[in-house]
Design a protein around this ligand. Structure first.
Ligand code: FAD
Ligand code: NAD
Length: 453
């Protein structure tokens, strides 16, 4: 050790994503000596390879489609998209963010160490040949794209590449039909690419309300996306300037880019978890209800966990805030997850929170109530008639779940999140006086209908 005092911390984080820095900041403010070790960009996937770049690329595409809904209703202008300029715009906003956030953390007193962290033993982490010790460690190493073992897999690209493409290829093939593939298919097809999707099952977006997923498939087919269901990639070849993807069912898809989006795997390898005595499975690091691993002084948070909660930014933030409170002594309670809202940023979006209609139908005591959002005057006014919602009420008439299929599903689900999380009654919702016109101002009425039936 070069200088044991210099490298001794109260809490050391491996990874600098949402699951780390949202804990590191409050811990530093509480007087703890905190370090974050990051091998790539500060602030992790969401900031540079996930939520943020994706939504900047999606936003103008949604705007164009929204505007097109007014065709024949008083707005006839046409818009076009310049992918390269949009990419430059996105990069100009996001490229500075890792340094900006790194400086914010350093200014607050967090030591930022750039390099790959590896446990030498349960008390020591080595970075760039230097040893770091800490009272407590938090492994927040996230996930990375899974790559299939097929001939030619080295030619495959991932969402990381798509989100930085300087030019949009004429043809794209996506393998998989989960969040990543469906969002990329939505953006790329509307931006002008010919998109094909190879999916190993007969459905898309597992976990979401499937009638909405089926409606989305039909909408995207209308936008030119071609789906090949119950098929798998078996080989990828480069032939001159183009690629050919061969599938199990005998297709040979000629294309300019093949993006693999068959899921993400936890970054549990190469960190020395065995040397530290930290247990993990192929789904991630195993923790108890205090986010403690099999080594009581080593914690883990975020996407790297083996957990049933969705691996999303809000989940990582919630876990990080919990650890901030736990490790600064502000709480000694176990983590208590609230319902977690989730959304696929396709066009239309599909979002949900709480008990799904599918789960409700499998148990006694729930009422499932479809709501035709697209028939409400404000949705009709925007030309947004293909909008639907399904609410789930429990035996006491409280709203416990909501699924939405709508261009505005983000706002709809976020508006219902406090109602579901705080178990608000219609009478309590009456006390919430929202600005009007808005979806929010219909909530008390929806709750009353759910109670009445
Ligand atoms: C394309 C895409 C779009 C997404 N869109 C959304 C969205 O719209 N909404 C949403 O809620 N979620 C979205 N997500 C998911 C979201 O990005 C993740 O849930 C979130 O980033 C997880 O945060 P984390 O801190 O757990 O992990 P990460 O952000 O992955 O951070 C882990 C960090 O650890 C570092 N690291 C790993 N190993 C080591 C090591 N040995 N030493 C040093 N550093 C190490 C990595 O470099 C990384 O920076 C998206 C994900 C993808 C891929
Ligand atoms: N909007 C968001 O919140 C958002 C967006 C993107 C990613 N994410 C996060 O990233 C995670 C990973 O997303 P993802 O889409 O990569 O994974 P996923 O698990 O959601 O989807 C993977 C898809 O690939 C299919 N598949 C698997 N193996 C295949 C094969 N050999 N051939 C063809 N298809 C195959 C699966 O059936 C599934 O449809 C998500 O679970 C989520 O946590 C969230």
């Amino acid at each position: 050790m070069t200088s044991s005092t210099e490298h001794a911390f109260d809490v050391l984080f491996i990874g600098s994503g949402q699951a780390a820095w949202n804990a590191a900041l409050p811990l530093t403010k509480a007087g703890k000596k905190v370090a974050i070790v990051e091998r790539h960009k500060i602030a992790g996937v969401c900031t540079s390879y996930g939520c943020n770049p994706k939504i900047i690329l999606d936003s103008p595409i949604k705007t164009i489609e929204d505007a097109q809904l007014y065709g024949g209703k008083g707005m006839e202008s046409s818009f076009s998209l310049d992918w390269s300029k949009l990419m430059e715009h996105k990069n100009s906003i996001l490229d500075p963010l890792p340094d900006f956030l790194g400086k914010m953390l350093s200014d607050a007193g967090v030591a930022i160490v750039h390099g790959e962290a590896k446990f030498e033993d349960a008390r020591t982490v080595v970075v760039n040949g230097e040893r770091y010790t800490a009272e407590k460690f938090v492994v927040a190493a996230g996930q990375r794209p899974m790559l299939p073992e097929i001939p030619g897999s080295e030619l495959l690209k991932t969402s990381d590449d798509f989100l930085y493409l300087p030019e949009l290829p004429k043809r794209i093939v996506l393998i998989g039909a989960g969040y990543v593939a469906m969002e990329i298919a939505s953006i790329a097809s509307k931006a002008g690419s010919e998109v094909e999707v190879v999916q190993n099952s007969d459905h898309v977006l597992s976990g979401f309300h499937q009638p909405y997923a089926e409606a989305l498939i039909e909408k995207m087919k209308g936008d030119g996306v071609v789906f090949h269901f119950e098929d798998k990639a078996v080989r990828l070849e480069q032939q001159g300037e183009e690629f050919v993807l061969f599938t199990e069912k005998g297709l040979s898809l000629k294309t300019d880019l093949v993006i693999n989006a068959t899921g993400r795997i936890p970054n549990t390898d190469g960190i020395g978890l065995e040397a530290a005595g930290v247990e993990y499975t192929e789904k991630g690091i195993v923790v108890d209800e205090y986010l403690r691993t099999s080594q009581p002084h080593i914690y883990a948070s975020g996407d790297v966990l083996d957990k049933k909660q969705p691996r999303l930014t809000p989940t990582s933030v919630f876990e990080a805030k919990y650890l901030g409170a736990l490790l600064s002594g502000m709480t000694d309670a176990p983590i208590d997850y609230p319902p977690i809202a989730t959304i696929a940023f396709t066009l239309p979006r599909i979002a949900q929170i709480g008990i799904s209609p599918e789960e409700a139908k499998q148990s006694e005591g729930y009422k499932v109530k479809p709501v035709e959002l697209g028939k409400q005057w404000d949705f009709v006014g925007r030309g947004d008639t293909d909008a639907h919602m399904t609410l789930v009420f429990d035996g006491e008439g409280l709203l416990v779940g909501a699924s939405a299929y709508s261009r505005e599903a983000l706002d709809v689900i976020n508006a219902l999140t406090p109602v579901i999380t705080l178990k608000l009654t219609a009478e309590q919702a009456d006390r919430l006086v929202y600005a009007f016109p808005s979806f929010e101002s219909t909530i008390a009425g929806l709750l009353r209908q759910g109670q009445a039936e």
